[in-house]
Design a protein around this ligand. Structure first.
Ligand code: GLC
Length: 430
């Protein structure tokens, strides 16, 4: 099987750990109707100021967040240090528009980093290349003021390169003041439209930025949204059909997914995914050689919403008994063809194959081409044996006699689906 080429960042732990927590937190937790609220409702800096003036997450306790993530089986986290709204969670020296100047009055990034690190999770920083607050950030076609012709006119006086100096400067702060940072997750480059030339690698001075990043944190994992491919591709809110490729070669990839559609806390959203669906998405990613970064948007008081906690708990309940089919696993060798409604993952070190059953068939699962290679099978949740039908005496076959000497392997499963959101059969290869 073709494997991704090595890149500058250290992706070894990343492709082993497979599952991380995304955190989108900022002033937008207060309007509580999407982190793009400024864009959606065309809100100016002045109108948005009320959220800064009322931002006071009194129940913020990052140890609880880290515990929830760790119990869910997540091994790393990526937090929005600054989102498109331009507000910084840390005590940046480059802008007053940060957490320490809100009623809360304290840095919100450092305690988060400390708490997650203490729980053994790797540290990732999301940083928005867009900045709707900064006075030198030019007004483009997705900016909150895009429809105000006077503002657009005035924007011609803005000097984007001054903003880009700021973005480089904030990157330097993030990579020098918080110890080892494992992931830097930039977001995102803007393509042109009829009246704006877009913002991409040239505008961000991407190559210089990458040099700076690598000089400060050589092994950091850097994503692709500077418009320069680095260590990881980041499909968003969909599941790729197959292992993500560039020019026909598989690459390291991570799907980022929401619980309910919005990334920031959204009070009224109703499209929350079920635990079963979320698990299927995680498994699906690993079965195609990828990771999943699952997002929670904490509330304006600093808590994970009850619906998010319920999902994380449900995932953790499954992970407790099934993590062997996730950590250290990847796409199975091509010869193993997953039957309908199932996904294979494979651990190349232990040589075990994991069959995830998204729907529970009656009594038998047939695996093509696997007969000669599998020596033992069990349900992962309770280590109860699953009989391999090509191995038991011929007399017991009855009507299935014809498959006895074929390459088909039939697994005999219990009629009743095990008490597990997604049952897994662990197959030991010879
Ligand atoms: C998008 C959105 C953003 C979110 C991000 C996560 O690009 O602009 O709100 O933070 O995706 O992948």
């Amino acid at each position: 099987m073709l494997l991704p080429d090595k890149t500058d960042g250290d992706t070894e732990w990343f492709t082993n750990d497979r599952f991380g927590l995304f955190i989108h937190w900022g002033l937008y937790a207060l309007p509580a109707r999407h982190e793009w609220v400024r864009h959606n409702e065309r809100i100016s800096n002045d109108e948005y100021q009320k959220y800064f003036n009322h931002f006071d997450p009194d129940l913020y306790d990052p140890c609880l967040w880290a515990e929830a993530a760790s119990n869910a089986g997540m091994k790393y986290f990526v937090v929005t240090t600054k989102h498109h709204e331009g507000f910084s969670l840390w005590d940046t020296k480059l802008s007053e528009y940060n957490a320490t100047n809100t009623p809360y009055g304290k840095d919100l990034l450092r305690p988060t980093v400390d708490a997650f690190r203490a729980k053994g999770l790797k540290v990732g920083f999301y940083y928005s290349l867009l900045d709707w607050y900064h006075p030198e950030y030019t007004i483009d076609h997705i900016h909150p003021l895009r429809d105000e012709l006077a503002a657009r006119e005035q924007s011609k006086e803005r000097d984007l390169s001054k903003y880009v100096d700021f973005l480089h400067g904030q990157t330097r702060e993030l990579l020098t003041q918080f110890g080892k940072v494992d992931i830097l997750w930039y977001d995102f480059s803007i393509s042109a439209n009829e009246w704006h030339e877009g913002k991409g690698k040239n505008e961000w001075r991407g190559e210089d930025l990458i040099k700076l990043i690598r000089s400060l944190q050589p092994k950091i994992i850097l994503n692709d949204r500077l418009e320069i491919d680095q260590d990881v591709k980041t499909p968003e809110q969909f599941q790729p059909r197959e292992w993500v490729q560039i020019d026909g070669k598989p690459v390291v990839w991570e799907a980022c997914q929401t619980l309910s559609g919005s990334w920031g806390y959204h009070r009224d959203e109703e499209s929350w995914k079920s635990v079963d669906m979320l698990l299927q998405m995680l498994i699906d990613s690993v079965s195609k050689g990828g990771n999943m970064l699952l997002n929670v948007g904490p509330t304006g008081r600093g808590e994970f919403d009850y619906r998010a906690l319920e999902r994380l708990q449900g995932i953790g309940e499954w992970m407790k008994r099934h993590q062997r089919s996730i950590y250290g696993c990847t796409q199975a060798p091509e010869e193993y063809i997953a039957p309908p409604d199932t996904r294979f993952t494979f651990n190349p070190k232990t040589k075990r194959l994991y069959l995830h059953l998204y729907s529970w068939p009656y009594r038998h699962v047939h695996l093509e081409g696997a007969a000669a290679k599998i020596e033992y099978a069990q349900l992962l949740n309770d280590a109860s044996e699953i009989k391999l039908l090509s191995k038991i005496p011929e007399a017991e076959y009855g009507a299935m006699k014809e498959v006895r000497h074929s390459t088909l392997l039939t697994l005999e499963i219990p009629v009743k689906k095990p008490n597990s959101a997604v049952p897994v059969i662990e197959l030991f290869l010879k």
